[in-house]
Design a protein around this ligand. Structure first.
Ligand code: ADP
Length: 507
């Protein structure tokens, strides 16, 4: 199944809760497939372990078949069998774990959001390590992601290393410190970890609320490499507010903590070869962009009388992190400035979903605005391709992918200067930045006035200075947001960590 690695290539196993395009809720899914593809291209042997969700997109898994019926894993004092499936996704070998457990952990018709998520993913983390042990694999690196697989780090060092799965260094990437997996300490027990041994301030004990353990803190303490998804966010999380209470743990472990900016998967997000859009195009021939704009307007029943009227797009999970009040404000401001607005988004928060449903209802036959309140991967491609500007007013943003995807499609970001947005969007009017790097419009304060100011400047350039705008679009489309350089940074972190382990073994 796996491709041969080159002589310096590593064997890297990623254990994750999401992978695009088959099981994606947000950026985590994009990162797992984008990073793994880039690591594979560089000659590493890459494998991925995922839960076998009933709701994943089975059509996009090639050669899916059962590999083992019998990998057993421990949970709550018993051994449960797991059916292990294997298949190819985007050229990558993926192992899927189907627990034969009465709770049917991954047959819930959704990826997250059940009351027992903590148990489901704790079970999965342990079963993934049982699979590696049982199949006698000797990975160099085990890379886990977010709280759902954070348990891998303490399980590996406290249990599996003693049982013979001991070739690997552990890398943990936190994609968002808002989600930490903090629960009453005894809830950790089912996976077999020794709660008395771990419920201590220097181990898994939650720093904000004693009596609770914190899965992400455990991964920070127990991993050999800890990363987050942009350099600016890596700084922000060192403060109590940014780190959501994990700042002290990050400070203690700062020597192994790094910010690596995510890339985007340029096979998936490429306007020259995108089969989901009406007309393909490139920076040196933007005719297709206009065709996409006209097409989406007709499809959504928006006015087509003025082809030069700017179209503003927004694609997002509607959660407080994304600045929902500013998104709402951007819609009204767009109309005031004479543009058109298309939002694609959905919310797991009932009152936000309801609020946007009522706005969508009010705008359902408006000539210049449409809200589409669902998750729709195919339609997202068309919005990126059709829009002229793209709104990302996040309150905080670990990395953010939509600004990079938008730029690849020639849609200019209007973004708040926070986290990864601060590392990838540079204001056209900021003279402190080299002119060739300026690619969008930014604002600092999370208020309507600041957002409005950035939008007014963008509209002014668009309407009054079309040549400058065309240059801006071309520049944005030619920026290299691929995974190549970020994957090299991960490779370097992996190699350094392995070298440290070898040096330590020799002393
Ligand atoms: P987050 O991971 O916080 O959701 P990111 O910007 O890192 O934010 O990644 C968001 C990813 O999810 C992008 O690929 C974006 O296109 C996609 N996305 C978000 N909402 C939707 C939606 N409603 N329909 C389709 N794709 C969406």
């Amino acid at each position: 199944l796996t491709l041969p690695r080159n002589s310096s290539g590593l064997h890297v196993v990623h254990i994750a809760a999401e992978m695009a395009p088959i099981a994606k809720v947000g950026g985590l899914g994009d990162v797992v497939s984008g990073l793994c593809k880039a690591l594979q291209r560089k000659g590493n042997m890459v494998e991925i372990i995922l839960p076998k969700y009933d709701c994943m997109d089975h059509d996009r898994v090639q050669d899916l078949k059962v590999l083992h019926e019998t990998v057993e894993s421990y949970f709550e004092g018993q051994l449960f069998k797991n059916k292990i499936w294997v298949g190819i996704v985007e050229g990558l070998p993926v192992y899927f774990i189907e627990p034969l457990h009465p709770a049917k952990y991954f047959s819930r018709g959704k990826f997250y959001g059940d009351g027992d998520d903590f148990r489901r993913f704790m079970y999965f983390s342990r079963a993934a390590l049982e699979l590696l042990l049982e199949s006698k694999k000797k990975p160099d690196i085990i890379h886990c992601h977010d709280w759902q697989t954070a348990f891998v780090a303490p399980l590996y060092w406290d249990i599996f290393a003693n049982r013979g799965l001991n070739s690997a260094r552990i890398c943990f990437t936190c994609h968002n410190f808002e989600h930490q997996g903090a629960v009453p300490a005894h809830d950790l027990k089912p996976c077999g970890l020794d709660v008395d041994h771990l419920d201590r301030p220097d181990r898994l004990q939650d720093d904000s609320s004693h009596g609770r353990i914190n899965a992400v803190k455990g991964a920070i303490v127990y991993s050999n490499i800890v990363t987050t998804v942009s350099p600016t966010y890596a700084q922000e999380v060192r403060s109590p507010e940014g780190g959501r209470g994990l700042h002290l743990a990050l400070k203690t472990h700062s020597r192994k903590f790094f910010g690596v900016l995510n890339g985007i998967d340029t096979d998936t997000w490429n306007p020259r070869a995108d089969n989901f859009i009406k007309a393909q195009y490139s920076y040196d021939d933007l005719q297709g962009k206009l065709i996409n704009k006209d097409y989406i307007r007709k499809q959504l029943g928006l006015s087509t009388s003025d082809p030069s009227q700017p179209l503003v797009g927004c694609i997002t999970r509607l959660v407080p992190q994304k600045g929902v009040h500013l998104i709402r404000n951007a819609m009204y401001k767009t109309l005031e400035l004479g543009g058109q607005f298309v939002l694609l988004g959905s919310s797991p928060v009932p009152h936000i979903q309801k609020e946007f449903e009522s706005i969508a209802e009010n705008f359902k036959s408006h000539a210049d605005a449409r809200l589409i309140l669902k998750y729709d991967d195919v339609f997202s491609h068309l919005i990126y391709a059709a829009s002229d500007m793209f709104i990302i007013p996040s309150i905080f943003e670990p990395c953010g992918l939509t600004q990079m995807i938008a730029m690849q499609y020639g849609s200019i970001p209007i973004a708040r200067k926070t986290g990864g947005l601060n590392d990838s969007v540079f204001d056209l009017d900021d003279n402190s930045i080299p002119a060739e790097l300026r690619n969008g419009f930014t604002f600092v304060n999370a208020d309507e006035q600041s957002l409005n100011g950035a939008m007014e400047r963008a509209f002014k350039y668009y309407k009054k200075n079309p040549e400058v705008w065309q240059e801006l679009v071309k520049r944005a489309m030619t920026i290299d947001f691929s995974w190549e350089s970020s994957a090299s940074q991960y490779e370097e972190l992996y190699h350094k960590s392995l070298a440290r382990a070898r040096a330590f073994a020799q002393t």
